[in-house]
Write a protein that binds this ligand. Structure first.
Ligand SMILES: Cc1ncc(C[n+]2csc(CCOP(=O)(O)OP(=O)(O)O)c2C)c(N)n1
Length: 549
C-alpha cells in the first residue's frame, strides 16, 4: 500500500496504540494535519493554546498513564516552544515522542521562513533525536523512536520531518509491535545475593525510593520488600506515591524540604538502599554527609547514574521491579524495633492551625480522595504538596522535579485528565507559576475538562521570597506580584468556574461544588506571603542541618 509520509506517521502511531496527540498546527505540518483530518475516528487531537502546553500535556499524559506521550509542532517557533517541555521530560525520565515539521529539503540551510535546527537545539535534552530526510526510512524511525523512549530509563525522543517528506509517497507495510521486555536485568544473581546479605546484616537500613520505582511499575514489589524487612522508606519527589504515605514505615519526602525523621533516618542509618533514585543535589545536600556511616547499595537501570553523585559500595543494574522481587525472596524477616523507635523520636508533630497550606491540602485530600491525580507547578505550593498530601498510589503525584519548570502543572493536568477521564485531577498552582501558562485554561474550557485548580495566591513568588528572607536579609527584589490580576475575572473569561476562599469551611464547600458541577474550576486560596516551607535544609548544607521554623 502506497501512503504519503504524513499518512505513514499516523499509521505508525496506530501501530504503537497511540490515540491521543497533543499538538498545534502550522505551515510545515499542514500535510500531517491534513492526513489527521481523515483519521479523527481513531485519534483524539488535543489542540492546546501554546506548544509548551502541548509538550507538558503529553508529559502529564505519559506520567499518569505509563504510556508514551505524543506531541506535534510546526517548524521554527512551534518547535522551539516545545523545548522547555522536552527538557522537563528529559530531567524526569518521561517517555515522549515529539514530532516536528521542518522546512522542505530544498529550503534547508537558507534561513528560510520558520527554519530552525531543532535537532541541534534538542540534542542535549533528548534521549535521542532524528532528522528524517528519506520517506523510505520514516516508518522504522518512528518505530525505533518509541522503543528508545520507553526502554531502559525512559526519555523524550524528537523526530524532525521536512515538509516534502510528509508529502512524498512510499510503500507502507504494517508491523506488529512486539511486547518485548522494555527493561532488561543486567546484574547477576551474585550481586543480588551480596545485597541481600548486607540488608540482612544491617540493623539500621533505610530505603531511598525514587521515580524509577514508579517508572518500572514496582510499587507492589517495593511494598513487599519494605514490609518483609521492616525497612523504613524515604521518598524523593519523583518517588512519591511509590510507597503509601499512611504506612508506619513511610517517612515521606527526603532532602532540602524533607521531613525531619526522613532526613535524620538517612543520616543515622548503617545502610542506604537507593532504588531508582539518582542522588540529586536537592536530596543529598553534601554527598559525603548523606548517610556518613552508611554503606550504600544502588539499584538502577541506568549505568551512568552509578557513582555519579555519590560513591556506592554495591550496585545492581536492572529493572527495579525484577531486582526487588528477587531480593525480597532472600530477605530475612526482621522487626528492627529499636531502629524504628529511634526514628519515631525524630518526628516533629506540630500541627498548624488556620488557613495554611498544610490544612488546605488535608481538606483537599479529604474531599477528593486517594485516587486523585495531583499536579503542581514549582515553588512553595509544590513542596507543601510533596510534604503533606498523603500520596498512596504511583502516578498520582505529577510535578517537574529535575528542571523545576514553573508553568508545567496546568498543561500536565490537562494531559493527566485526558489520559484518565474517570479520575479526579487536582492542579495545585502558585500565583506566579499560574501566570506563566494560564493561557491553557482555554484548553480546559475547549475540551470541557472537569479538573480543579487550587490557586495558592500569596501575591508573591513565594519560594524565591523565602530564600530572600532567609539568606538575603529580607531584600525582596522583584518577587512581589501584588493584586495585579483579578483571577476570578480571568477564569470567567475562559468560561470556567471560579471561587475565592480564605477559610477551610468555604474551601470544603467550594471543592464539593466543583465536583458536583463537573466543570473546570479554579479555587483561589488567599494565603499569607510570609508563610514559609519548613523543614528546610539551607542550600549546600548537609541534610541533618534542618531549619524547623
Ligand atoms: C520557568 C521558571 N522560572 C523561574 C523559576 C525560579 N523559581 C522557582 S520557584 C519560584 C517562585 C514560584 O512562585 P509561585 O508560582 O507563586 O509559587 P509559590 O512559591 O509562591 O508557592 C521561581 C521564580 C523557575 N523554577 N521556573
Amino acid at each position: 500500500m502506497k501512503l504519503t509520509g504524513a499518512e505513514i506517521v499516523l499509521e505508525c502511531l496506530k501501530e504503537q496504540d497511540v490515540d491521543k496527540i497533543f499538538g498545534y498546527p502550522g505551515g510545515a505540518v499542514i500535510p500531517l494535519y491534513d492526513a489527521l483530518y481523515d483519521k479523527m475516528d481513531h485519534f483524539d487531537h488535543i489542540l492546546t493554546a501554546h506548544e509548551q502546553g502541548a509538550s507538558h500535556g503529553a508529559d502529564g499524559y505519559a506520567r499518569s498513564t505509563g504510556k508514551v506521550g505524543v506531541c506535534f509542532a510546526t517548524s521554527g517557533p512551534g518547535a522551539t516552544n516545545t523545548v522547555t517541555g522536552i527538557a522537563t521530560a528529559y530531567m524526569d525520565s518521561v517517555p515522549l515522542v515529539v514530532i516536528t515539521g521542518q522546512v522542505p529539503a530544498n529550503l534547508l540551510g537558507k534561513d528560510s521562513f520558520q527554519e530552525v535546527d531543532i535537532t541541534g537545539i534538542t540534542l542535549p535534552i533528548t534521549k535521542h533525536n532524528y532528522f528524517v530526510k528519506d520517506v523510505e526510512k520514516l516508518a522504522d524511525v518512528i518505530r525505533d523512536a518509541f522503543k528508545i523512549a520507553e526502554s531502559g530509563r525512559p526519555g523524550p525522543v524528537l523526530i524532525d520531518i521536512p515538509k516534502n517528506v510528509f508529502l512524498e509517497k512510499t510503500t507502507y507495510v504494517k508491523k506488529e509491535v512486539l511486547k518485548e521486555n522494555k527493561r532488561a536485568c543486567t546484574s547477576s544473581n551474585k550481586e543480588i545475593i551480596k545485597a541481600a546479605d548486607l540488608i540482612n546484616q544491617s540493623s539500621k537500613p533505610v530505603i531511598y525510593a525514587g521515580g524509577g520505582i514508579v517508572l518500572s511499575e514496582a510499587a507492589n514489589e517495593l511494598y513487599e520488600f519494605a514490609t518483609k524487612g521492616n525497612i523504613p522508606v524515604v521518598n524523593t519527589l519523583m518517588g512519591l506515591g511509590s510507597f503509601p504515605r499512611d504506612h508506619d514505615l513511610s517517612l515521606g519526602l527526603v532532602g532540602m524540604h524533607g521531613m525531619r525523621d526522613a532526613n535524620l533516618a538517612v543520616c543515622g542509618s548503617d545502610l542506604i538502599i537507593a532504588i531508582g533514585a539518582r542522588f540529586s543535589d536537592r536530596v543529598i545536600g553534601i554527598a559525603e554527609e548523606f548517610g556518613p556511616k552508611a554503606k550504600v547499595i544502588h539499584i538502577d537501570i541506568d549505568a551512568s547514574e552509578i557513582g555519579k553523585n555519590k560513591d556506592v559500595d554495591l550496585w545492581i543494574l536492572g529493572d527495579v521491579k525484577r531486582v526487588l522481587a528477587d531480593l525480597t525472596d532472600m530477605l530475612s524477616t526482621k522487626d528492627r524495633k529499636e531502629w524504628l523507635e529511634k526514628i519515631e523520636d525524630f518526628k516533629v508533630n506540630k500541627e498548624k492551625t488556620g488557613f495554611h497550606a498544610e490544612n488546605i491540602l488535608a481538606c483537599a485530600h479529604k474531599v477528593l480522595g486517594d485516587e486523585t491525580i495531583v499536579t503542581t507547578e514549582v515553588g512553595q505550593h509544590q513542596m507543601w504538596t510533596a510534604q503533606h498530601f498523603p500520596f498512596k498510589n504511583p502516578r498520582t503525584f505529577i510535578s517537574s522535579g529535575g528542571l523545576g519548570t514553573m508553568g508545567y502543572g496546568l498543561g500536565a493536568a490537562i494531559g493527566a485528565q485526558v489520559g484518565n477521564p474517570d479520575k479526579r485531577v487536582l492542579h495545585i498552582a502558585g500565583d506566579g507559576s499560574f501566570r506563566m501558562n494560564c493561557n491553557e485554561l482555554a484548553t480546559v474550557a475547549k475540551y470541557k475538562l472537569p479538573m480543579i485548580t487550587l490557586l495558592f495566591n500569596n501575591q508573591t513568588l513565594g519560594m524565591v521570597r523565602q530564600w530572600q528572607k532567609m539568606f538575603c536579609h529580607k531584600r525582596y527584589a522583584e518577587t512581589d506580584i501584588t493584586q495585579e490580576v483579578d483571577y476570578m475575572k480571568l477564569v470567567e473569561a475562559y468560561g470556567l468556574r471560579g471561587e475565592k476562599v480564605d477559610n477551610l469551611l468555604d474551601l470544603e464547600d467550594a471543592l464539593r461544588r466543583a465536583i458536583q458541577s463537573g466543570k473546570g474550576t479554579v479555587i483561589e486560596c488567599l494565603l499569607s506571603k510570609d508563610d514559609c516551607v519548613f523543614p528546610m535544609v539551607p542550600p549546600g548544607a548537609p541534610i541533618h542541618n534542618i531549619i524547623l521554623e
